[in-house]
Design a protein around this ligand. Sequence first.
Ligand code: SAH
Length: 462
Amino acid sequence: MGLYPLFADLTGLPVLVVGGGHVAERKTAMLLSAGARVRVGAPALTPALLQQAEEGRIDHLAGSFQPAWLDDVWLVIAATDDHELNAEVAANAEQRRILANVVDAPALSRFQVPALVDRTPLTVAISTGGAAPVIARRVRETLETDLDHALGPLTALAQKYRTRITQRWPDMAERRAFYDWLHDGPVMALLRHAKPDEAEHVLLDALNAPASPSTKGSVLLVGAGPGDPGLLTLHALRALNRADVILHDSLVSEAVLTLARRDAERIDVGKRCGGRHTQQEQIHQLLLEQAQAGRVVVRLKGGDPFVFGRGGEEMAFLRQHGIPYEIVPGVTAAVACAAYAGIPLTHRDHARTVHLLTGHGKESMDAMDWPALAQDHQTMAVYMGVARLEEFTQRLLEHGRRPDTPFAIIENGTLPQQRVISGLLHELPARAKEHAIHPPALLVIGEVAALTHDHAWFGRLG
Ligand code: SAH
């Protein structure tokens, strides 16, 4: 091992920062948040540092560096852009056995400041020993993405009840099992759900219960977005990392599925077999069986689970059967396809309303308020509309929507094979036929659709 890693308690200790620029400002902020008493020595300060000095949050030692600035300090950070001065500060510190860090100069530094992932009180520090800070930064980004923000409050709870947990489970193996439950079970889930009081109650109940708690299965209804894996949310990614089993629709792209835990079981429930009704019932049964077997089940749906995704029915079913669940929203096709085609769904000059509609089935067509939809200056985003493009167009025209209203069809939106076909409403069926549109495709009708002509930026154009 090169450097000896340590976390220092600087509460109330004097620490010197030499330099008054932006780097010094950043270093000062970190030291202040660790509770140190910071002296900043420099001829001039940034406005933010100056304000902190005026408010008495830091001491300003004005002028050029003097060795006396080091009196009483425990640590020093040299953060000027003058290499010689930094070296002088480090040499003086060395004489007095004060640990010094010189920003971006590992050879002159006695200690280094790691890259941090902050889930206080949990802190992850990353260092390459000055070899390649850029690599440390990349590792930090990965960990930032992976580590749940609820880990902070979870660690704080564990700290608060540490003594009681040790007393309740003196046996190491049992105690470890309890901590696993804390991390994987309802306490962490409740913290993620912004219910800290309930989380604490559940922890206390477990401490007072005669038997060890066991982790029950749960279901996460997760939106996978429209296909581009970059459009997953952090919550969705973390859910995929936690999943024991993934029940996914056929719309979910392979690129998204490869991000899941390698050993997670995958079940494609999107296959069109039998009537839709029985199919949905089978999905419900699968969710129930898997969750009752104690597994973390991710129900992964294209786009958003609550937009034409039957997520509402699944949620109601889970509640009815007492299965804990979480909902992770996803970027819905209308929002994503429009963005990837350069179409703002609303626009001050063109549309102030957006309708999300489905062209699936005659029933939904009959239920639509056609006279309202035929008004101009509003946008319609039509899901599952490919089979009914002609009927859709006809009904709109019959109810008076202008024949020169622009439209755009986005096929395979956000995927490398995305295609955008655009034109005017009266020519929509002909254009769609000419280009042999295949699902999945999203239809946008409204003045804003014209913008795709000049603003499309993704995938093949024209
Ligand atoms: N819950 C999903 C919608 C499911 S309905 C969501 O929020 O996006 C399925 C329909 O969504 C498809 O028929 C198509 O109209 C639309 N759709 C989904 N992904 C799409 C994509 N990548 N490109 C274009 N349309 C898409």
